[in-house]
Write a protein that binds this ligand. Sequence first.
Ligand SMILES: [Zn+2]
Ligand SMILES: [Zn+2]
Length: 254
Amino acid sequence: MRSRLLAVATATAVAALGLATPAHASHSWGNYHWARTANPFTLKLDNNVDSSWSSYLSTASSDWTASSVLNTTVVTGSFGSRSSCTPTTGHVEVCNGFYGGTGWLGIASISVTTGNHISAAYVKVNDTYFTQSTYNTPAYRRMVMCQEVGHTFGLDHQDTNQTNTNLGTCMDYTRNPAGPPSNEHPNSHDFTQLQTIYSHLDSFNTPTLAPALAGASRTSWGKRVSGAEGHGVTTYVRETGRDSYTVTRVIWAG
Ligand SMILES: [Zn+2]
Ligand SMILES: [Zn+2]
């Protein structure tokens, strides 16, 4: 148990170090990826958001579908609870809600099985902040939705400095998502990175696994393995069974 947590912490730390190199540094999130036998593969984004978010989910879906290795399709949410957003195997659940003064604008969490393969994921965006004037802008909503969905493919941030010049991608932290340049959509480097992450093929497919709850209640993110509580880039890992665990990335407000 402990050794695997430490191993994951090491992998995450290496990925984070890579971010310190500017320009075209690798920005995959560990080696996490969906298993599939052919490209492009299709991921289901489950729409559990209300009308204040549905257009942003549609935009993120079409933005990322420009990738040569994957397509996304928005489907009707597969469960009813926005607060738990419990992921269904083979799906990316996308939820919004008033999750409270948690400090985070959005989170992305993936369920990982043997071989760093993602089997399920969820995204939550926090209306407690998105109803405040600072964050309640189309640019902020576009960036956070795009970034959190991007994490569910295995992408990491390109840059985590909130006050430097925008790189023109939603995978870049900023307090000025509209720019210029705008950080509301992916850029070509994200698509190149996806090609790298998905350059090999697997012998099985995780996006088409039979729907079943990927795990029990996910009230806990588990142990913090990198980053600080409340600011910056923070990663948590929680074991959910033999050879399986969840990894949660947090984008904090402020
Ligand atoms: Zn693989
Ligand atoms: Zn992020």
